[in-house]
Write a new protein. Sequence first.
Length: 373
Amino acid sequence: MSDGTRSEQEIFDELEKLCKSPGYVHAIAYFCFRDNVIRYAGELEVDDVLLQFSMERLVRTEISTLLGLAAKGDIEDTLPSPETIQEYVEQSDALLKELHQSMIPPLEVFFDPAKVSDPEYNPFTQGAALRESIFYGGEAAYNFQYRDLSQIKYKNDSDWFLNNKGFSIAQAGELVTSLCELQNDKLNDLMPNMVKTDPKNWSMLPAFKFTDNELSEYSGIDLATTKSFIESFVVPATIDQNSFSALDDFNPLNAYPIIKITDTEYLLLQNYSLVEALYETPFFWFLDDADYKVEARKNRGVFTESFSEERLKLVFGKDRVFTNIDIYKGRKNRVGEVDVLVVFANLPMGAALLERRRASRKQWVREAAAGRD
């Protein structure tokens, strides 16, 4: 007998229908304002920021899911009635809460009576036990870190950007910064303007809209370059947005978060998604270029190694960090290489050491289970 609990896919499908409703994008704009914008007057206080940790707040992955589903249909920005928007918001909150509950695995996944006595048993090696934590987990970096690291990550690829995308990686960094500041200004102007507006026409959406000319003037970068940058982060026609049919599927709005409304007007509802896309998406452009992908992989390796070396030197000191170390067993038998090696307290901090530590930990578990000290 069914316990009345719906499956994740059933909830997802109902959410998709809701997201395709006329004018639903206004509800998403409300969520972005409610859950992503820190609202305060005067000086920022601790209590102003604590609202970001409310259990009622939607996280970015949830809002991105709403956007990805809405983009599967024609995004209509015609303003619905306040009652309709309120209904969209309440239904969305309820469905997302139900979706969250559906992702939490039953206790049997964590505490299988047949396996709990096995010292090798680890429930967190199962995908079912990790999906909820991954989807609802915190962000991997601050937005400015994605922006700044993209400059370092792709500095050796700047010619490719200029020749194939029409902007340099430095200009991309300036444009994402300018767009964030432009939208912040729009948000600051939103509430005073709404006071003068009939409540029937209230919407948060205008704060997230921008034109190519607005961004060009705000950044000081010519219109053609600005346009090339914007269009590079609009979902290309080669990607089928209908392929986003389950929560685990690739959501094109994560890699291409700018939505095109007209030839000159665009919509960006989560600035964080854009700076993350600036850091992540270009490498996949490189892989589509058969003549460049080998060079791109080489540049990626150089970035990873040089950045790791720089960070580790700041922690351990330059005299304890070594690069491109060959490992020999005996005088002639080369068994491996360490790109970046740290020597700390006369011990090498490399992959081999970590593997030995894992092996020692497993041995300790076995001995403990056998009742040995």
